[in-house]
Design a protein around this ligand. Structure first.
Ligand SMILES: [Zn+2]
Ligand SMILES: [Zn+2]
Length: 883
């Protein structure tokens, strides 16, 4: 048979993926009578490259999809990408800048065309990467947030929200990025602790002597002040309210107003009011009737509303000059060092400017209330559940959602402004004439919608909404959403609000939230640290299966994943181990076993103890895997499969079975052994398939099988009739005896090839029967020449002794080793270990060491000390038993 010696993932991955696509394995069947199971992929940015977060998230989704498919569900895992407004626009901006072009010079239409062209060329990269990971998405239904269907859904949603009074347009302070030149959401503003200054300025009264002092961290904004506010109860300013001050450098008179918002403890208790450049000031100004004055342009340069000498200056240059001039004029009272948070743009790291502009908003409160209710009454459950607290907290404090962005790439807002009378028409398509004045000059609003607006509709827009398609009826609400915690607020909250509003149903029943993949030391991966790991590189080096297995094994709910290459190398070794085991089984099959049907078990009475044991363990495994996957315990699933395959199947069962495959064994025994080996291998490959799809497909194809792919073979069920507690207990005893003999060998440096005599005293009839009935198995595994029951004590002379449950064991050593020489060697060993142990003991008693060393160093020393003490104890016992 053609069966390569080593497993080479690269040679099989592409082949099997193509096989699955050809068979249409991943395609959902809305017309089928099978129960539906549906998920939507968190759409990666079309500009994106697969990172470890994607790899984790999509591995877990794929495990669920493959598992449910094999369980007999009609699985829809719907894939797609997000148009990623700012990110994509920036990529194309850079590309055209390299050609000496600019967006402005090109014009909107040409630019948008250019972005589409870019998407044609590069937008498929991340999809190809998902395929390399093995993702079983239904690619026939791949969507893009800008495709015609989804764009129609976006327009429909916006218009309906507007008609329901849930969308409005207003002047408001937004987070403005002067570099990206657009409004950004609260979540895209990253606060950064900054060492800055607090400036105290003096504004003289317009009439009379004296003045009022105000403090600010952004002195350049004083050019846009239109008032000063104090707290109405502040005694210090009792007489000041109603008077005016003169704004230095500008000369404008500013009224002093009272407002309860003012914090009497901050600075002097009087604050300058810059309504167009501060969200709080904007509110105060509204209450007090102070006019807003915008003093910067969209790029953060001072505009024509400031004195001429500052015009055109960048805000930070203007700051320097304003400070200089204030100082020269005697208006700068104090400058103090001041540590405070400065918000920076998540995309470009530019300091965000609070900026007054006219924007479109979604009224969040009524939507959020419903979304909170749906979680409170259990219609949506979070895994792990503690995320509910963050969710509720976030929903509770969410501001109205600014959904307009000053970009060109995205869904242009379906609102038309009348150029004659300024009437605004929100509509599904461009109106012919103004409903108010009849004018035909109608201009579409230039802004586009926040990317999260379209991705908030994703679970139903991708299924055909607003049309009531069969897919929408069948797959919505989706079964589960698997996503990273970092987009819980950006995305999950929005889908909840919009899904409930438009569909009157939650978008998903469960939300499974994954942790963060960190580096081996537990550090966050970042470009600046240079510790970013590329999943494609890992696939090249370890294979997609090993990467997937590593991620699954580490995906403990509620914890981050410190990704070590050591661990991944360990799982690559695991893949090799399975490969070798399967190779052994197949090479040892007689021709008659290779009939083209899945391997069945021989009748139970014909089976030996170890056969009944491995089949019983398999039954427990299949029950546990199913239960663990239902609870999204990917880690426990992976670990259970690992334990079973590596230890129970390969290390124990294969070894127990080997003698029965040898030429001299009775033919009936050989045939039964082959059947059990094959049956268990086939079942465990199917159990493992969702986690390691490529390896399992490749091996399954070599086994006798029915059907064209393991991916559509039934997932092994649990048959309690095959659970055999008695067999499990007995084999545990056998294993214990074998391990004890192996330990004796290791302790006494006995040549592994040397066959030893074993004598035992059984303390129960059960133990006696187990050992006597399986003496040949024990002898084979522990390399014994004899297994004999003896009188108590089992060996009167020098012997190595051990105790297993219900049995005393002895290996007589006369003639096996030079007893006196061995005693001397052991004494020297004890001596050496004692010195090491004492040195650790001294360290652990030293107050100096305990207080100065890092906790993990102290722990390590304590652990080593403990191990040494135990080892010395074992060696002393061995010497004693030698007589
Ligand atoms: Zn920016
Ligand atoms: Zn009009």
């Amino acid at each position: 048979m053609d069966f390569e010696r080593t497993f080479e993932p690269a040679t099989i991955e592409a082949r099997w993926y193509a096989h699955w696509l050809t068979l249409g394995v991943f395609t959902a069947r809305p017309g089928s009578p099978l129960p539906p199971f549906s998920m939507v992929i968190p759409p990666p940015n079309v500009t994106g490259r697969l990172h470890m977060g994607h790899a984790l998230n999509n591995t877990l989704q794929d495990i669920l999809a493959r598992w449910r498919r094999m369980k007999g569900d009609d699985v829809l895992w719907l894939p797609g990408t997000d148009h990623a407004g700012i990110a994509t626009q920036m990529v194309v901006d850079r590309q055209i800048a390299a050609e000496g072009l600019s967006r402005e010079a090109m014009g909107r239409e040409a630019f948008v065309e250019r972005v589409w062209k870019w998407r044609e060329e590069y937008g498929g990269a991340i999809i190809a990467q998902l395929k390399r990971l093995g993702c079983s998405c239904d690619w026939t239904r791949e969507r893009f947030t800008m495709d015609p269907g989804l764009s129609r859904a976006v327009r429909e949603a916006f218009v309906r929200l507007y008609e329901a009074g849930l969308v409005y347009r207003d002047k408001f302070i937004v987070n403005w990025c002067p570099r990206c030149r657009t409004a950004i959401s609260d979540l895209e503003v990253i606060p950064q602790e900054t060492h800055g200054h607090l400036y105290t300025l003096r504004y003289p009264f317009a009439a009379g002597k004296g003045g009022i002092e105000v403090a600010t961290t952004r002195p350049e904004t004083m050019l846009g002040d239109t008032g000063v506010a104090v707290h109405p109860d502040d005694e210090r300013y009792r007489g000041a309210v109603g008077r005016t001050v003169v704004l230095p450098l500008v000369g404008r008179e500013l009224p002093i107003v009272a407002d309860r918002f003012v914090d009497t403890e901050f600075g002097t208790g009087a604050v300058k009011i810059t309504p167009a450049h501060d969200a709080n000031d904007f509110e105060v100004a509204r209450r007090a009737g102070l006019p807003p004055l915008v003093v910067m342009d969209e790029q953060g340069r001072m505009n024509d509303n400031v004195p001429e000498k500052y015009r055109g200056l960048d805000r930070f240059e203007a700051r320097r000059l304003v400070i200089e001039d204030l100082k020269a004029g005697g208006y700068l009272v104090a400058v103090k060092d001041h540590v405070h948070n400065v918000g920076r743009c998540q995309r470009c790291d530019t300091v965000v400017e609070p900026y007054l502009s006219t924007q479109w908003f979604v009224r969040v409160k009524p939507l959020a209330e419903e979304a909170v209710q749906a979680v409170a009454d259990g219609r949506v459950r979070f895994v792990p559940p503690h995320w509910v607290n963050s969710y509720n907290e976030w929903m509770g404090k969410m501001h109205d959602w600014c959904v307009s962005r000053q970009l060109w790439w995205g869904h242009q807002i379906p609102a038309w402004h009348c150029t004659r009378c300024a009437e605004i028409h929100v509509a599904r398509s461009a109106p012919r004439a103004c409903r108010r004045c009849g004018g035909t000059g109608l201009r579409q609003d230039p802004d586009v919608l926040d990317t999260w607006f379209s991705s908030g509709l994703w679970p139903f827009s991708t299924l055909g909404w607003p049309d009531g398609t069969p897919e929408l009826k069948r797959y919505y609400p989706t079964t589960v959403l698997v996503t990273g915690f970092d987009i819980l607020f950006f995305w999950v909250c929005r889908m909840m609000m919009l899904g409930l509003h438009f569909m009157k149903e939650v978008p998903f029943h469960r939300v499974c939230i994954t942790g963060l993949v960190r580096d081996a030391e537990g550090q966050k991966m970042s470009k600046t640290r240079g510790n970013v790991v590329d999943p494609l590189d890992l696939i090249d080096r370890y294979g997609a299966d090993a990467l997937r297995f590593t991620l699954a094994a580490m995906a403990t709910p509620g914890s981050d994943l410190p990704l070590s290459e050591e661990r991944m190398a360990g799982y690559r070794a695991f893949a090799n181990k399975i490969w070798n085991a399967a190779r052994f089984v197949l090479l040892n099959l007689g021709g008659e076993t290779m009939s083209q049907t899945p391997p069945a078990l021989p009748p139970r009475p014909a089976l030996r103890l170890e056969d009944r044991w491995i089949v019983s363990r398999l039954q427990r495994l299949s029950a546990s895997v199913d239960e663990r996957l239902r609870e999204f315990r990917f880690d426990e699933t992976a670990n259970a499969l690992y334990q079973f395959l590596w230890h129970e199947y390969c290390d124990w069962y294969l070894e127990m079975a080997k003698p029965r495959l040898l030429p001299g064994a009775p033919p009936g025994e050989t045939a039964r052994t082959r059947a059990v080996l094959l049956h268990v291998l086939d079942a465990v490959l199917r159990l493992l398939h969702p986690v390691m799809p490529f390896l399992t497909e490749d091996l399954w194809q070599r086994l006798p099988h029915e059907g064209e792919t393991i991916a559509l073979s039934p997932y092994p069920g649990h048959d309690p009739a095959w659970v055999d507690d008695g067999a499990e207990r007995e084999v545990e005893t056998l294993m214990e005896v074998v391990v004890k003999v192996r330990n004796i060998r290791a302790e006494l440096n006995i040549d592994p090839a040397r066959r030893l005599p074993l004598r035992y005293v059984a303390h129960s009839a059960g133990a006696r029967a187990t050992i006597a009935g399986n003496a040949s198995v024990i002898a084979a595994l522990a390399r014994l020449e004899s297994v004999e029951e003896a009188a108590d004590p089992p060996a009167p002379g020098p012997a190595a002794r051990a105790v297993a449950s219900g049995v005393d064991l002895a290996v007589p050593l006369e003639g096996v080793i030079d007893i006196e020489a061995e005693k001397r060697r052991l004494l020297r060993e004890i001596d050496k270990l004692s010195k090491e142990s004492e040195s650790h003991a001294r360290k652990l008693q030293s107050a100096d060491f305990l207080s100065k060393a890092r906790p993990e160093v102290v722990d390590k020393s304590r652990r080593i000390h403990q191990e040494l003490v135990e080892r010395i104890g074992r060696l002393s016992q061995t010497i004693e038993s030698l007589g």
